[in-house]
Design a protein around this ligand. Structure first.
Ligand code: ADP
Ligand code: MG
Length: 694
């Protein structure tokens, strides 16, 4: 349960001054729905109002604060013209300019003969300085209310700077003094302020330095966020690992048989990954390992060998895929190899019904079925294992960290866990992503792969693309044709794909199939099967096929409106071809004019097919906040930490978290209560629960 001290920070935005129901919705879009979100909406810059020149010394464009005497009001003859107020100091005159002025208001705030302190941007008009709509007009007595350094915030429709400033002031007032969770030496070394001071320093800046990324207040807040993230990861991992697993070591009898039957040698990376996995499985600790490898790097085989090890050791193994198509595909790859080794493999998806399903479930419960492949349905309540030793989760960047945790919580707790992912994570992000997992990487692709030629063409040359496709299918080629991603709308995606299907089908009657996310699972299977068998040669698809489909005969990938896809997505799509022994082509068809980022993405695609390089470039082009489409990848999103700027802090935070988990895993030491508060502050409630339930 969240500690009471945090309640004001988790209150809704409507508790802030000036925020009613309508503004609450707007502001929540900008900052997030809670008071603390407003505090974490840090300034993106500062206005310096500390310059106080004399009128004779002002220059065009600068922001200044002037001490002026109000000389006279010049009301305009018509309301189309601006209202002017002439002011001066001992060195010269300046005109204040107001459009659509309220005369009474100006008379009241700028009485003739009085002194005023006025701040705003200087313009020159025929050599005479003027200021249009000054930002501040205050009397000498109120001078203290004029900020010398004024924070600038990212804004959104409906939220003015004034509204936001007021809300932030309210949030700062509501912010409690929190217990210090950071290590004192670390704070002293960096000259870091307390949590509350840090927020005050940034929102109420007293000098220009606070705008810099390396300002102690910013670093402190970034570090808080990173420490919370790494501590939560490490606590979770400890909990999962601490569950005593069991030592599973097979006698290699099945593995040897399968490896012998392969028409190829394992790659060096595959051998090493299998060794790492076998070592983990043989240990008493529960395995929690990620197998990362680019599309086509041969993860499935590694997983199969791990599963056979579990079977040799007398247990069962399960493999869970993100989609029905993939579950089928894994089944079709794995089942024949396993059958040759005398192992029975079952496929259990959400779709199966009635007697057949009951029988399959019964065989699984009795232990007769040794390997099972399926979807989420595998972890439904009616699925019981006799003795599950290993669970393989084929993530393909569909599941996030959270689902992973949920799986191991709901699923059979003692089983070793192997997660497979095709998403190459940029080096800068591995710590935040894999902090909770051991990692095996398949670096090289299997040998003998034919290179993929990547070409880019503008949409105007689509006819050439179609002709090329026509020539290719006459020689028996198989073609994927991926249709534009329509923003936020799978309905429109589908319409685009259906249109393309219709037009290609008139050109190549009977040779074209269609697959998209809104089709029934059976229809998808049928389309895939027809493509696989060669009955159809062109498969028009939405990004459904992004996830792991393997048709070795496919040698052409057409991506329409390539400019709308992210770099990693393009890479994943391209990885669907080049899987067989024939050279392949990827055609990126784009709409002109190309934006700069889209241009760079396409250039990189043509330059390299190294998934890690592409992931790094993706990070660079999109910024860490958006890499790989953070939401679907489950990568943590940081608000105050910027991994470009603060990667050194991430390393320290991870070490710190490691030390905490080693020395005080229950968070019961002197720093413990404060660290719990930190975890709750960043909504790592799950991680705190793990400590308690331990
Ligand atoms: P991933 O799941 O990593 O995308 P797969 O496991 O589907 O890749 O492997 C892609 C293809 O490569 C499969 O057809 C597989 O049989 C083949 N393959 C796997 N390992 C090797 C190897 N060592 N040498 C040659 N081909 C391999
Ligand atoms: Mg083990």
């Amino acid at each position: 349960m969240r500690p009471e001290i945090l309640f004001p920070l988790f209150a809704p935005l409507s508790t802030l001054p000036g925020i009613g129901p309508r503004l609450e919705t707007q502001l929540a879009k900008l900052t997030g729905p809670k008071v603390v979100d407003v505090l974490w909406h840090l300034p993106v810059g500062l206005i310096d109002r500390s310059q106080r020149p004399k009128v004779s010394a002002v220059t065009e464009g600068e922001i200044v604060t002037l001490e002026l005497t109000v000389d006279s009001h010049r009301e305009p003859p018509s309301s189309k013209q601006p209202y002017r107020v002439i002011c001066s100091d001992e060195t010269g005159f300046i005109t204040l300019v107001f459009f659509h002025a309220h005369k009474d208001y100006l008379r009241k705030n700028l009485p003739e003969g009085e002194h005023r302190i006025i701040s705003g941007r200087i313009e020159m008009y025929g050599g005479v300085p003027q200021m249009t709509h000054p930002d501040y007009i205050v009397s000498p007595e109120e001078a203290a209310s004029l900020p010398l350094y004024e924070p600038i915030y990212g804004l959104t429709a409906g939220i003015t700077p004034k509204t936001l400033h007021k809300a932030i002031d309210g949030a700062l007032d509501a912010a409690p003094d929190l217990p210090e969770w950071q290590d004192l030496p670390l704070l002293q070394q960096g000259g870091w302020p307390t949590w509350r001071e840090a927020l005050n320093t940034l929102h109420k800046p007293e000098d220009l330095a606070s705008a810099a990324d390396d300002h102690p207040a910013r670093k402190r807040l970034a570090y808080d966020e990173l420490l919370a993230s790494q501590l939560a990861l490490r606590l979770t991992r400890r909990k999962l690992k601490r569950q005593k697993g069991r030592a599973l070591s097979g006698d290699a009898r099945l593995r040897t048989q399968v490896i012998k039957a392969l028409p190829f040698e394992l790659t060096v990376s595959q051998v090493r990954s299998v060794e790492e996995i076998l070592t983990d499985m043989a240990s008493e600790d529960r395995m929690l390992r990620m197998l990362q490898g680019d599309v086509g790097s041969g993860k499935t085989l590694v997983a199969l060998l791990a599963m056979l090890n579990a079977v040799e050791a007398g247990t069962q193994a399960a493999m869970m895929a993100p989609t029905e198509i993939l579950a089928h595909q894994h089944f079709e790859t794995i089942e024949p190899m396993a059958r040759d080794a005398g192992i029975s493999v079952a496929l259990i998806t959400g779709r199966g019904k009635g007697k057949a399903r009951q029988e399959a479930l019964a065989k699984l419960a009795s232990g007769e079925t040794q390997i099972v492949i399926g979807t989420h349905a595998l972890f439904q309540e009616d699925v019981a294992f006799n003795d599950l030793g290993l669970a393989v989760v084929d993530e393909q960047h569909r599941f996030g960290v959270h689902q992973r945790i949920a799986l191991s919580d709901k699923g059979p707790l003692r089983a070793d866990i192997l997660v497979m992912t095709a998403t190459p994570i940029p080096r800068t992000l591995t710590l935040t992503y894999y902090g909770d997992m051991d990692l095996s990487v398949l670096k090289e692709k299997p040998p003998g792969r034919q290179p993929i030629t990547t070409r880019a063409l503008p949409l105007e040359r689509l006819a050439e693309v179609t002709e090329g496709v026509g020539r290719a299918i006459r020689t028996g080629a198989r073609v994927y044709w991926v249709c534009p991603l329509v923003e936020e709308s799978d309905v429109l995606d589908v319409a685009a794909a259906e249109d393309r299907f219709a037009s290609l089908d008139t050109i190549f009657p009977g040779k074209v199939g269609l697959i998209h996310g809104r089709m029934k699972a059976t229809e998808k299977d049928a389309a895939m099967a027809a493509f696989q068998s060669g009955e159809i040669q062109i498969l028009v698809a939405t990004t459904v096929i992004e996830v792991g489909v393997d048709v070795a005969e496919a040698t052409i990938m057409v991506i329409e409106h390539a400019e709308r896809f992210g770099l990693s997505q393009l890479h994943q799509l391209r990885g669907r071809v080049g899987r067989g022994d024939k050279p392949s082509t990827c055609l990126l068809v784009y709409q002109q004019p190309l934006g700069e980022t889209a241009h760079d993405r396409i250039a990189i695609m043509r330059e390299t097919d190294d998934g890690f390089r592409i992931a790094e470039e993706d990070l660079r082009l999109r910024g860490p906040g958006d890499v790989l489409g953070v939401r679907q990848s489950g990568l943590p999103v940081f608000r105050m930490a910027d991994l470009g700027q603060h990667s050194d802090l991430l390393k320290i935070a991870d070490k710190d978290a490691e030390l905490i988990v080693e020395t005080d895993p229950e968070l019961e030491g002197p720093r413990g209560p404060a660290l719990r508060t930190l975890l709750y502050l960043f909504e790592k409630d799950e991680a705190v629960r793990f400590i308690r339930s331990g």
